[in-house]
Design a protein around this ligand. Structure first.
Ligand SMILES: [Zn+2]
Ligand SMILES: [Zn+2]
Length: 378
């Protein structure tokens, strides 16, 4: 490829000349996925395209080379613009391609020696269902969590106590073997040791050499008062056991609160529907209620309450996590009108109605006036 026929690097990556390093990286990632030779065995020019994108990226991701390229074009890079893959020059490729394709170091030879990949155990998630009352008071719960734990017999090493794995003869402990693939030297996980770099001649009898085994852990969870659905409690180090001596992950306990048949929750506030009769609404009534924390309260429904009235009882709602203030309880009156009246009731109510006064919709006289006009009155 002579420099005169080379495409512009920005054009290759499809980015503007003012593209940020992040843009350049993202553009390259896209092209690498699209044209990676391993993924496109049937696309004849995939390898060429991949190579071209890699070359453009090698230059544009290096501030120094990019500056020279911007000023002088391909000539500015002399011979070093792209002279095959020099692994030492392109450390960043391994990061990008490694997590794209799980190849580890795509360019081979640079992977750290040793190959014993100890790493942290996975985080686990456990959904803890609680009643609204439990959420209000806070609760201690025992939960049973199935999880992989580091093996007690071999302390997670996978070898029988007193023995240790030998360095793998195939990869000499690197965990990877390199092979040539066209213009690239590709590193592949060592088939003999599965990438661990060691061969275990006397696997632990307890875990069969895996270093971890499935256990049911019983854990105590302290749920503070006031939790809500979706809140997470972190139990540090109670996740999956680490691999080959790595630290354990964390356990996240996710709170899920069941619907309550009386209270509706809105953050720290609670809502309650209170059925009263029309007579109670007219005359007023004291109603005993029990709060979500089990406290007895007497609610004064005042005389003349209207069907949609809401009474607020300050501080009778939910406690809040890490806060002293409690939410409020909103009592929504549901006034029920009797559907049937006895002859005696009917006579008395008729009498009351004829007395007029407070039973006329005095305040709404203006409303009826407007209604009459709206429907074709004068
Ligand atoms: Zn073991
Ligand atoms: Zn090996």
């Amino acid at each position: 490829m002579s420099s005169s026929t080379r495409r512009d690097y920005y054009e290759v990556l499809g980015v503007g000349r003012d593209a940020s390093p992040a843009d350049v990286k993202a553009a390259y990632r896209r092209l690498a996925v699209k044209y990676h030779p391993d993924r496109n065995p049937d696309l004849p020019d995939a390898e060429e395209k991949f190579k071209e994108a890699s070359e453009a990226y090698a230059v544009l991701s290096d501030p120094d080379k990019r500056a020279r390229y911007d000023r002088f074009g391909h000539q500015g890079l002399g011979g070093e613009g792209f002279t095959g893959f020099d692994p030492a020059a392109f450390g960043d490729f391994a990061d990008i391609l490694g997590d794209l394709f799980g190849l580890g170091d795509f360019f081979g030879g640079r992977r750290r020696a040793g190959g014993r990949r100890s790493h942290r155990g996975h985080d686990l998630q456990y959904t803890l269902k609680l009643s609204l009352e439990e959420a209000a008071t806070g609760v201690e719960r025992s939960i049973r969590v199935p999880r992989l734990e580091a093996c007690a017999r071999c302390s997670g090493s996978g070898s029988e106590p007193g023995t240790s794995p030998e360095t793998c003869a195939t990869c000499h402990g690197a965990g990877q073997v390199a092979f040539q693939r066209g213009f690239l030297s590709v590193a592949q996980t060592c088939p003999t040791c599965s990438g661990t770099g060691r061969v275990n001649r006397s696997p632990c009898t307890e875990c069969s050499g895996r270093g971890r085994s499935e256990r049911q852990a019983t854990l105590k969870v302290s749920v503070p008062a006031g939790v809500d659905t979706g809140m997470r409690l972190r139990l540090s180090g109670e996740g999956e056991g680490g691999v080959l001596g790595g630290p354990p992950g964390d356990l996240y306990v996710v709170i899920a609160i069941a619907e309550h048949d009386l209270f509706q929750r809105d953050g720290a506030d609670l809502h309650l529907e209170l059925p009263i009769s029309v007579y109670q609404a007219m005359l007023g009534v004291a109603v005993p209620i029990t709060t979500v924390l089990g406290e007895q309260r007497e609610i004064e429904v005042p005389a003349g309450s209207q069907p949609a009235d809401v009474l607020r009882v300050a501080g009778a709602g939910m406690p809040q996590v890490n806060a002293r203030r409690r939410g409020d309880l909103h009592i929504h009156l549901r006034v029920s009108v009797p559907k049937k009246l006895s002859a005696e009731q009917r006579r008395l109510i008729q009498e009351v109605a004829e007395l007029g006064g407070g039973f006329e919709p005095e305040a709404d006289r203006g409303f009826f006036e407007r209604l009459r006009r709206a429907f074709g009155g004068e």
